[in-house]
Write a protein that binds this ligand. Structure first.
Ligand code: GLN
Length: 266
């Protein structure tokens, strides 16, 4: 099983992130408006009325360094980039993977965390690896998706993008993918037997499996990715400020301490 490794994209994001910006910032607001999708534990979720998670805490530290008040907007994952582009939000932070396609629309900061796409199945199912969803040729290559296999994803995420690709490109094909608004809804569909598996980032996958009876994660990573913060292409001044703050927080161990708090074994 091949893995997609996006480290080249990370390098590209870091070059962009490090680019010296001399242009003026869009607004003089003392707020830092962050768009997220708070259904992605442990990166962002609702704890009662409050937002909690790794991204929320890192963003809080960044805002502090910038002397701004952090304001969080909980929106659909798929509307974060558009809202950042139009200036509705200053930045998007949502366990967001740096991808080539997204880099056409927005800039990304340096990466602050790594993600892996995981596959969740019903514990009682017989699936042992991703290969079990496919008809294989004599060399073990994927030929086609087995009849009845339906993959649930969160709409517009990398899990959706990869799973919806063709079998030749290590996907399942558009027709075998069912898109849900949140990871939670995809997991509910799996527990009620409507779909075969859910493809989602590894930490939310662990979190869902821990909080939902009758699920397990298949061995073997589907992809490896880098998480970063997205900022409008023309807002290079903010990109530079956020990147500087983020890099200081990485260098002094703050980011690691926040991640370790939410992901103890890290
Ligand atoms: N890392 C995935 C992506 O960027 C999922 C993010 C999410 O669901 N919040 O598409």
């Amino acid at each position: 099983m091949k893995k997609r490794i996006l480290s080249a994209l990370l390098a590209a994001a870091m070059i962009l992130g490090g680019a010296l910006a001399l242009t003026a910032c869009g607004g003089d607001s003392n707020k830092l408006i962050m768009a997220t999708n708070a259904s992605f534990p442990p990166y962002e979720y609702k704890d009662g009325e409050n937002f909690a998670g790794i991204d929320i805490e890192i963003a809080g530290k960044i805002a502090e360094k910038l002397g701004k008040t952090l304001e969080i907007k909980d929106v659909e994952f798929g509307s974060i980039i558009g809202g950042v582009q139009t200036g509705k939000f200053d930045m998007g932070m949502a366990g967001m993977t740096v991808t080539e396609e997204r880099l056409q629309s927005v800039n990304f900061t340096s990466s602050y965390a790594t993600g892996i796409q995981s596959v969740i199945v019903a514990d009682k199912s017989s699936y042992k690896s991703i290969d079990d969803f496919f008809n294989l040729d004599k060399d073990g290559n994927w030929v086609s998706v087995k009849d009845g296999v339906k993959i649930g994803v969160q709409q517009d995420t990398t899990g959706d993008i990869y799973a919806s690709d063709t079998v030749e490109n290590w996907g399942f094909g558009e027709n075998n993918v069912i898109r849900y608004k949140t990871g939670n809804e995809a997991v509910l569909a799996l527990t009620s037997g409507k779909i075969t598996a859910v493809i989602i980032d590894n930490e939310p996958a662990k979190s869902y499996v821990a909080s939902t009876a009758g699920l397990r994660i298949l061995d073997g990573a589907y992809t490896e990715e880098q998480y970063a913060i997205c900022i409008a292409k023309e807002n290079t001044a903010l990109l530079e400020q956020v990147n500087k703050a983020l890099e200081e927080l990485i260098a002094d161990g703050t980011v690691k301490a926040i991640i370790d708090k939410y992901i103890p074994a890290n």
